[in-house]
Design a protein around this ligand. Structure first.
Ligand SMILES: [Zn+2]
Length: 90
């Protein structure tokens, strides 16, 4: 009867992950004028973008682009961004 030597497990070092460091920033490729954040349901006017809009913190998968604000609001129940559009209703 043969006894096989135990295989050495190759341990990956997952404690060194750095992906939870700082809030990630994504570049914003402005495809159209109005940007909807489908996570927070806020609409932005990127031609009147303010620093406080923090558009670069919206994940790409949460971005939807519209030619007009009316088109955005027809698509989803967006609220106006208080910084670039004003008259926020929240
Ligand atoms: Zn805004």
């Amino acid at each position: 009867m043969r006894v096989h030597a135990p295989l050495l497990a190759v341990l990956s070092c997952r404690k060194n992950r750095t992906d939870q460091a700082l809030p990630r920033r994504w570049t914003v490729n402005k495809l159209k004028r109005y940007l909807g954040n489908i996570k927070t349901l806020e609409a932005h006017d990127t031609q009147n973008e303010k620093t406080l809009c923090r558009l670069d913190e919206i994940k790409p998968e949460h971005r939807l682009w519209y030619d007009t604000l009316a088109a955005a609001k027809a698509d989803r129940p967006y609220d106006n961004c208080a910084w670039c559009l004003g008259s926020s209703t929240r």
